[in-house]
Design a protein around this ligand. Structure first.
Ligand code: ZN
Length: 65
């Protein structure tokens, strides 16, 4: 399931070419998620922390503070 979501997202990035402009609006019919910069885990919206424009899971964001 994760793999499916990832390839869909890759396509979207290729299409827009603007990785940095992703906002926090959940897309219809899919969960919003980002990859954690700290541990490379997939982090869903409810656990997502943004530090200096980078995405972290809760435990990695705690290490950053
Ligand atoms: Zn993390």
């Amino acid at each position: 399931m994760i793999e499916k979501i990832m390839s869909a997202k890759d396509k979207e990035i290729l299409k827009t070419g603007e990785v940095e402009s992703i906002d926090f609006k959940p897309r219809k019919g899919s969960f919003y998620w980002e990859k954690c910069e700290g541990c490379d885990e997939v982090v869903f919206l409810y656990g997502l922390k943004v530090i200096n424009g980078k995405h972290y899971c809760i435990s990695s964001s705690a290490l950053k503070n």
